[in-house]
Ligand binder design. Structure first.
Ligand SMILES: *Cc1c(COP(=O)(O)O)cnc(C)c1O
Length: 374
């Protein structure tokens, strides 16, 4: 028998989350961001649930090839653009739109031999200070691109550093608005947090053209996967998002602890009174963070309880006090949705691990079998 651990990908949850994001930005087209192998879910596994998007955004050429192999003929955007000249041949071959964030990429385009001009997204650095042209360089980059026969339509993009927090997007938005005001082309600004928290009403944009910009293309990633971009200020449920990944494993043994007995490596947990614990077939080698302390929430048979003791490579131990009937074979939900419909948000586990849902999804280990549910 295979080891009793399973990740489940929920196809219907993707459709639901996409609808939710469309309601948040009703006038925009949606890039479903599927970089990092669809945030650890597997591009092939999410495709059915995401195919209602208007395009797929990613940054790896292998992944772009895989999206084409699935039969997708619509837009694909490379979020970091070309890394070297021959990447542009792949862009031609696979019909990829690509980001241009630096002069070297414009040089590559100028050197690229093609009869079919390419669609590009010209990126502005409005304060994130990762990729993009500084505002004072942006218009000359645009003019340079516009003069190249290798370039078709030029779209305008930027990326927000603080869409999920108190600083917000106003400052970056205003820089972008001012700099692009009279430039033609579609605009793409918003990640998940900006789409949910800062979607601009077109009337507002018309009234303050130097301050705000309407996204023609939004770029949600994490919200498509049912995690809140601004947890704990909002939970996924607050945003009406559904988890797309469940990680579950079974209890393979139980132990009755006397008061004062310890559990696991380092004896980090001492039973405050006599209690029963379950040993679960999931550990850090499956992608469950080792740093999660005693008290991290889990569901046993759909009932909320907590971990006790240290996470080891192949096992964790959980308190069975709230679920006296649980035993070997009981299903433990590490994150996601239990059979009774109870949800343990990945964001809660991530918070205990001092990280974000993104990292847990991306960290699902190769050895965990994955099933796609409708
Ligand atoms: C990853 C990424 C996104 C998606 O961000 P989320 O926070 O997951 O919504 C959007 N735009 C760019 C440029 C990205 O790299």
């Amino acid at each position: 028998m295979p080891r009793p651990i399973l990740a489940t990908i929920h196809t219907q949850a993707f459709r639901h989350n996409l609808e939710r994001l469309r309601r948040a930005a009703p006038d925009a087209r949606v890039w479903a961001v599927v970089k990092a192998n669809a945030y650890g879910h597997g591009i092939e596994r999410v495709f059915e649930g995401m195919r209602g998007a208007d395009g797929f955004a990613l940054l790896d050429f292998n992944e772009a090839q895989r999206v084409r192999d699935l039969g997708w003929r619509g837009p694909i955007l490379l979020l970091e653009g070309a890394f070297e000249l021959r990447d542009l041949e792949l862009c031609s071959r696979l019909d990829l739109w690509h980001t241009v964030h630096c002069e070297a990429q414009i040089d590559m385009l100028a050197a690229h031999k093609t009869n079919v001009p390419q669609r590009v997204f010209l990126k502005m650095n409005t304060g994130m200070n990762r990729l993009g042209f500084a505002p004072e360089r942006y218009r000359s980059a645009w003019a340079r691109l516009n003069a190249l026969p290798q370039v078709d339509e030029i779209s305008l993009m930027t990326h927000f550093s603080d869409a999920d927090g108190p600083k917000g997007v106003a400052e970056q938005m205003a820089i972008f608005a001012r700099t692009t005001r009279d430039l033609p082309g579609e605009r793409s600004l918003s990640n998940s947090a900006a789409t949910l928290r800062h979607t601009v009403d077109p009337a507002q944009a018309e009234a303050q053209p130097d301050q705000v910009v309407v996204s023609d293309w939004v770029r949600p990633g994490i919200a498509m996967y049912g995690s809140a971009p601004d947890f704990p200020e909002h939970s996924a449920a607050d945003w009406g998002l559904q988890p797309t990944m469940t990680l579950a494993a079974k209890i393979i043994a139980t132990q009755d602890l006397a008061m004062g007995a310890s559990v696991g490596y380092g004896s980090s947990f001492l039973a405050p009174e006599a209690m029963r614990i379950g040993v679960v077939a999931c550990g850090y080698a499956d992608g469950y963070p080792r740093i999660c302390p005693s008290g991290t929430p889990v569901l046993v048979d759909g009932v909320r309880t907590r971990t006790v003791g240290r996470v080891s490579m192949d096992m964790i131990t959980v308190d069975l006090t709230p679920v006296p009937h649980a035993g070997a074979g009981s299903v433990v939900t590490l994150w996601g949705t239990a059979a009774n419909g109870a949800v343990l948000p990945i964001d809660e586990v991530a918070a205990r691990a001092q990280t974000v849902g993104y990292e847990l999804m991306c960290g699902l280990a190769q050895r965990v079998p994955v099933e796609v549910a409708v």
